[in-house]
Design a binder for this molecule. Structure first.
Ligand code: SF4
Length: 165
């Protein structure tokens, strides 16, 4: 896995203050993507021990609500195994911190992935410029869903994290 950035105290990519890992690699080619620089899976930096320590150091702070995986696409073939392993370690060490994942994939196609068991909220689907709306909370276009993953798994149907968005 490679990554472009780790941002701290982020308020725009999930509930509370979060650490965000921006991975490299995305094959969705959404028209109007804000981050095309992240599409190349060979871009950015290798995700190494220093990067991992930086994330765990952030998560150790009481005021950090959790981690958000964004990019790029955390479910890109070059990222998914690294993201699964990191999410598993985070849930083991910090079970009360939440894990949010942004992906261009659809919930229906990925709900069986091992990453999902560690995920609290999934923002799914490609960015669609014609449905774009910068007043939406936690997502860029109206087709995307902010999904309460654990409740969706329990009920067998999509449950939104907050129905009004
Ligand atoms: S899924 Fe996200 S990062 Fe990938 S092209 Fe679409 S908007 Fe850009």
């Amino acid at each position: 896995m490679r990554y472009h950035n780790i941002t701290h105290d982020d308020m725009k990519n999930g509930d509370g203050l979060r650490v965000v890992l921006w991975v490299a690699g995305c094959s969705h080619n959404c028209k109007g993507c804000q981050n095309p620089v992240t599409w190349d899976p060979n871009g950015g930096l290798p995700f190494d021990e220093d990067a991992k320590n930086e994330i765990f150091d952030q998560l150790s702070k009481d005021y950090i609500s959790g981690i958000t995986f964004s990019g790029g696409d955390p479910l890109h073939v070059m990222n998914i195994q690294g993201v699964r392993e990191l999410a598993a370690q985070i849930k083991e060490e910090y079970p009360l911190k939440t894990i949010w994942v942004y992906t261009g994939e659809l919930w229906e196609n990925i709900k069986s992935d091992p990453l999902i068991q560690y995920t609290d909220v999934l923002v799914d689907g490609p960015y669609m410029q014609e449905l774009g709306d910068n007043t939406l909370r936690w997502k860029g276009s109206k087709n995307q869903r902010v999904i309460d993953v654990q409740e969706s798994l329990k009920s067998g149907e999509v449950v939104l994290h907050c129905p009004e968005y």
